[in-house]
Design a protein around this ligand. Structure first.
Ligand SMILES: Nc1ncnc2c1ncn2[C@@H]1O[C@H](COP(=O)(O)OP(=O)(O)OP(=O)(O)O)[C@@H](O)[C@H]1O
Ligand SMILES: [Mg+2]
Length: 404
C-alpha cells in the first residue's frame, strides 16, 4: 500500500544546449488506495511526472515519498510499483500468456497459480483468444491490453498507468474503463492514471489533477472541476462542448450596491449576464472593472415554444444549482438568484443523436448552447436563452483565476 507525496518536484531536461522545464514545482498528495488521474494536453509534463514517481527519470529537485519515506534515490524495482505505458514493451519472443505470466514468475509464484492468474486476467481484458500468439501478430489495441494486463497481474503498492487506452476503440474502452474501476475497487491499491482524455479521467478517478504547461492547475473531484474550476484553463479543458467565455465589464443594476450585471464587450453585442448580489460584492472587492465571464453550453437553455423543454426541466435547473455543493454560492445567495435571459441568432444547429449543439451569434460574439433533439430552432432564427445566474463563472482578466 502506498501514499504518494510529491513536494516541490521539478524536472528540467537538457535539450540541444538549452533546457526544457517539463515539470514545475509540483505538489501533490495521493492517498493510499486512491485513484488519481493526471490530465492535461500533450506536452504538459504528465509522462515526466510518472517516470519520476516510478524511478525511470531522475528528479531535478524536490522530493517524492511513498508512505512518508523519500524514494528519490531508490531503484524502480525497489519502489514496488507496477506500470504500463502507451508503448507496449512486450517481450517479442514470448506469447501473450508468457508475457502476462512473466511478472509472476519473477515473484516466484508456482506454475498452477500463475496459470490461474493469467486466465483470470485474460478473461477480464478479453485476451482469451490471443493467449498463444506473439506480440508481433497483434494490433495496437491488443498489445495495449496485454501491456495493461501485465501491469495489473501483480499486486504492487501502486499502479502507474500512462495512456494505456489510447489505441483501444471507443466501444471496448467503455467496458475496460468499467473493468479498471472494478479492479481498483477490488484491489484497493493506489492508482495513478495518465491521460489527455477527460472522459477517461472523469470516469475513473476519485480526484483528477489537471496540468498545463508543466504546472498543476487544480486537483479535485469531477464536481469540483466542473462547478468550481480554478481558472480559465480548467473551465475550458473540462466539459464538452467547452465553456463559452466572454470579456465583460461589471456594471451596477439599479442603485449601486446590490445586484450587478456583466456587460459583454464587443461590437454590436448586447449580451448582458445577471449576477447574484453576493457574487457582485466579491467582484467589486477586487477593484477591477473588467473580467472574463464563463458559462457552459449545458447551462444555457432555449426558452419559449421553440425549446420544447417542459416546465419540470426548467424547475430542475434551480434545484441542480442548489444541490450538494454544485452551486457556487451560499444558501443566502441562492435564495436571491433568479433566472436570467439573453437573446441570440442561431447560426449552426448540429444534431448529435441525444442532443443538439446550437452555435449562436450576438453581434460579434459567438457561443454555444445545448438543446434537446426535438428542438426546432432553425438557422437564422432569433432565440431566447435562459440561465441560472449561479452558473455564470467569473474569472480575473489579468490572472484568469476564478473569482466568483
Ligand atoms: N527526454 C527528454 N529530453 C528533453 N525533453 C523532453 C524529454 N522528455 C520529455 N521532454 C519534454 O518535456 C515536456 C513534457 O513532456 P511529457 O512527455 O512529460 O509530456 P506529456 O504530458 O506526457 O505529453 P503527451 O500527452 O504528449 O504524452 C515536453 O515539452 C517534452 O518535449
Ligand atoms: Mg505522455
Amino acid at each position: 500500500m502506498a501514499r504518494v507525496t510529491l513536494t516541490d518536484v521539478n524536472k528540467i531536461y537538457p535539450s540541444r544546449g538549452e533546457t526544457v522545464h517539463a515539470v514545475k514545482d509540483l505538489n501533490l498528495e495521493i492517498e493510499d488506495g486512491e485513484f488519481v488521474a493526471l490530465l492535461g494536453p500533450s506536452g504538459c509534463g504528465k509522462t515526466s511526472t510518472l517516470r519520476m514517481i516510478v524511478g525511470l527519470e531522475a528528479i531535478t529537485s524536490g522530493e517524492i515519498a511513498f508512505d512518508g519515506r523519500r524514494v528519490n534515490e531508490l531503484d524502480p524495482q525497489r519502489r514496488n510499483v507496477a506500470m504500463a505505458f502507451e508503448t507496449y514493451a512486450l517481450y517479442p519472443s514470448f506469447t501473450v500468456a508468457e508475457n502476462l505470466a512473466f511478472p509472476l514468475q519473477v515473484m516466484g509464484l508456482a506454475e498452477a497459480e500463475r496459470t490461474a492468474k493469467v486466465r483470470e486476467m485474460a478473461a477480464m481484458l478479453r485476451l482469451e483468444d490471443i493467449l498463444d500468439q506473439s506480440p508481433g501478430a497483434l494490433s495496437g489495441g491488443q498489445q495495449q491490453r496485454v501491456s495493461l494486463g501485465r501491469a495489473l497481474i501483480r499486486e504492487p503498492a501502486a499502479f502507474i498507468l500512462d495512456e494505456v487506452m489510447s489505441h483501444i476503440d471507443a466501444h471496448l474502452k467503455f467496458r475496460m474503463l468499467f473493468d479498471l474501476k472494478r479492479i481498483h475497487r477490488d484491489l484497493g491499491r493506489t492508482m495513478i492514471y495518465v491521460t489527455h482524455d477527460q472522459v477517461e479521467a472523469l470516469a475513473l478517478a476519485d480526484r483528477v489533477a489537471v496540468m498545463s504547461q508543466a504546472e498543476l492547475r487544480q486537483v479535485g473531484t469531477r464536481n469540483e472541476l466542473y462547478h468550481r474550476p480554478a481558472d480559465v484553463f480548467v473551465a475550458d479543458f473540462i466539459g464538452e462542448p467547452p465553456t463559452n467565455f466572454f470579456p465583460v465589464c461589471l456594471r451596477a443594476a439599479g442603485n449601486g450596491a446590490g445586484p450587478a450585471r456583466l456587460h459583454v464587450e464587443g461590437e454590436d453585442s448586447d449580451l448582458v449576464f445577471d449576477l447574484a448580489p453576493a457574487r457582485a460584492a466579491r467582484l467589486r472587492e477586487t477593484g477591477a472593472e473588467r473580467f472574463i465571464a464563463g458559462i457552459r453550453p449545458q447551462n444555457l437553455h432555449l426558452a419559449g415554444a421553440e425549446a420544447n423543454v417542459d416546465v419540470a426541466t426548467v424547475a430542475r435547473w434551480g434545484a441542480a444549482a442548489a444541490g450538494a455543493g454544485a452551486g457556487a454560492g451560499g444558501a443566502e445567495e441562492r435564495a436571491g438568484s433568479r433566472t436570467g435571459e439573453v437573446t441570440a441568432e442561431v447560426t449552426i444547429s448540429e444534431y448529435l443523436g441525444e442532443r443538439v449543439i446550437l452555435t449562436l451569434r450576438n453581434g460579434s460574439r459567438v457561443f454555444r448552447a445545448l438543446a434537446s433533439p426535438e428542438t426546432r430552432a432553425a438557422r437564422g432564427e432569433r432565440v431566447r436563452l435562459r440561465y441560472d445566474p449561479q452558473n455564470v463563472m467569473v474569472f480575473s482578466a489579468s490572472t484568469e483565476a476564478l473569482i466568483a
